[in-house]
Structure formats: structure tokens, C-alpha cells
Design a binder for this molecule. Sequence first.
Ligand code: 13P
Length: 275
Amino acid sequence: MLVNMKDILPAAHKARIGSGAFNAANFETAMAIIQAAEEEKSPVILQLYMRMFDSNKAKWLGGALIRMAKDCSQPVALHLDHGKSLEQVKHALEWGYTSVMLDGSNLPFDENVAITAEAARLAHAAGASCEGEIGHVAMGDQTAYTDPDEAAKFAAATGVDALAVSIGTVHGYYKAAPLIRADLCANIAAKIPDLPLVLHGGTGTPMADVQKVIREGITKINIATQFQDCYLPAMEAELKKLNGAFLPVDKFMDPPTDACVAHIRKLIRQFALKE
Ligand code: 13P
């Protein structure tokens, strides 16, 4: 069923379990996420990166995503990840996405508040949910930790339904072993105990750390790089097997899709603290 994040995150937050948010990039990766949710009997958040909202990619794929989500017996939220502008937010809502993120984490505090509050207003008017970010989760190895008092002020001023915080993760693969600040996560959660927190940069973060911060108040866990890096090698392995012979593309795509389903199923179980 097609839902927004408010139908998924508060219950997971209360139960102190994590909810996976996986970045799809095409039909097969999206199908794998939905199939994994179905097989694990778990809600899921399916998200697309903001760059796909600047072209017809998110619009056209969105049609299929909505159909997949409606056909799934489990709650599925369709989310714009790292929205950079109100135009992208408006596109997402117009195209039927049920959730948006406005990432103003690189802006001065007041500007981040103003643009995120407007995104939340637009989302709520459309029956959708909204995520914001305070502190900044960077690419590679630089990060600006979230200040707990700022997080509380930001949450109150914007009305977001989920808040991405920076506690030591980075996007993509780590260049050095990460230091994940569960203590900082606990301090933030103590200031805003009812707001589900979001961990960006799930790839490469030790699962023990992820599970620890889930217990401290992280509810949504974003995974992109490692998921897509499961898909590409699986495609390469199939190409090698073909060795120049022809196979119809729909048949060719089945093994890589199955590899993605297995990958997502395992993460869903780990985030639910079942493994
Ligand atoms: P990774 O690519 O590190 O998994 O980060 C994903 C993410 O945070 C998407 O918003």
C-alpha cells in the first residue's frame, strides 16, 4: 500500500527499531526493494536521489513506483531524497511521491529553517511527509556534527516529520574507520524524544553501530551506495556468463534483481534488530 513516512516511522520509533530507506535508480532496483518488503512483511521507504527529479527519470519511474507500492501488501513510502529546491519538492508532490526531503544543511541556520518549513508546509498540504537535515552529512570524510539544541530549535520551527542528523557517518564509502557518536545521538534524542531521527550514509557503517544508534533514537536508515554496488557486480557476473551470447533483457535482469532482493532483505532484518 502506498503511504507516507508518518504511517511508518512513528511506530518504528516507538518500538525502537529501524526502518530501511533504500535508494532505487531504475525499475529493477525499485522492484527489488518492494519484493524484499513483501517477503520480509515489513514497511519500506523507497527513495530516489534529487538529481532524478531534474529530468523525466523520477517522473516516469514514479508511475511504476506508485503502481508497485499500491500492489504491495506492506506500507511503502515514495520519497524524494536530498531535495535541493522547492521546485524539486513541488515536482515530487505533483508526480505522486508521498514524502520529500528538503536538504538545506549547507545553508545558514535561518535559511535552512525557512526553506525546510516551506517544504513541510507544501508536503503536508499534499498529504505527504517531510524530512529536513541539521548538521551536515558530507561525502567522503568531512562532516559537521549536529548540535542538539539547534536540532530542537530546527524541529520546532519547521514542523518536519523526520530529522536527519550528523553523528559521524558520511555518504559513500569511508576513507577511514568511522567514529559513530551514539552519545551525541542520545543527546539529540533527549531534546526531541518524539521525532524520528534519520541516519544518512548507511553504507559501510558497522552494523553494531547502526543497531546501537537505533536504540538511541535513529529510526530511518538511508542506504544507497552499497545497494547499488550490489546490483552492478551482479550485472557484470551475468554478462560474463553470457560470454557474447544473446539473452532477452527481461531474463538477463532476473539474477541481478534477485541479488538485490537478498541484500535488502538482510538489511531490513538487521535494522529491525532481528539479526
Ligand atoms: P550511502 O550512499 O552512504 O549509503 O548514503 C545513502 C544516503 O544517505 C542517501 O541519502
